[in-house]
Design a protein around this ligand. Structure first.
Ligand SMILES: [Zn+2]
Length: 177
């Protein structure tokens, strides 16, 4: 059943999952690798509380990184949830996150590129020229003088970051689709 082990061996995928469910939740992921199991079985095997295990599973389910089948015990009438991982979806989630980041950085770049900025020498607050002129070149926070800043360094940093994301997104598209 899928290549969950190699997905967890991928530092980027592992980091994403750890952010989502914490190190503790990763124990549940490992316990469920390459198999199907109920939440009770997972709690027993990991020694974790059943509620903690369920929280991890539902978190994974929210992101469609796990799915379950519900069956009803005809005699006692209880429901049993049998879970399995859908870890390959992590690459799609990472791609979506990078795409959102890329869009945010591009918007920021558009907003600062070709514009003149002023900044407070004390708290480094950035203020565009028009606003700075209205403020008579005084920082609205601390009253210090606003000085002209060269936004070029920031523009270049944004451009580098955007290029890196675009490159990673195109590599990911080749590798996982
Ligand atoms: Zn200030």
């Amino acid at each position: 059943m899928n290549n969950g082990k190699s997905i967890l061996g991928d530092p980027e995928a592992r980091r994403f999952l750890t952010e989502l469910v914490d190190e503790e939740g990763l124990d549940v992921v490992y316990a469920l690798l390459g198999r199907e199991a109920t939440d009770e079985e997972l709690a027993e095997e990991t020694g974790m509380k059943i509620n903690t295990v369920r929280r991890v599973l539902y978190k994974l389910y929210d992101y469609r990184l796990a799915s379950y089948v519900r069956t009803r015990d005809a005699e006692i009438g209880w429901y049993t949830y049998t879970w399995k991982l859908e870890l390959e979806r992590v690459y799609e989630l990472i791609r979506q996150r990078k795409q959102r980041m890329l869009e945010a950085l591009s918007r920021e770049l558009d907003a600062i590129q070709g514009r003149v900025f002023f900044a407070c020498s004390k708290d480094e607050r950035y203020v565009p020229f028009e606003e700075a002129a209205e403020l008579e070149f005084r920082c609205p926070e601390c009253g210090s003088a606003l000085e002209h800043v060269d936004a070029e360094e920031r523009v270049q940093r944004l451009q580098r970051e955007i290029q890196r994301l675009e490159r990673e997104l195109s590599v990911a598209a080749d590798a996982h689709c």
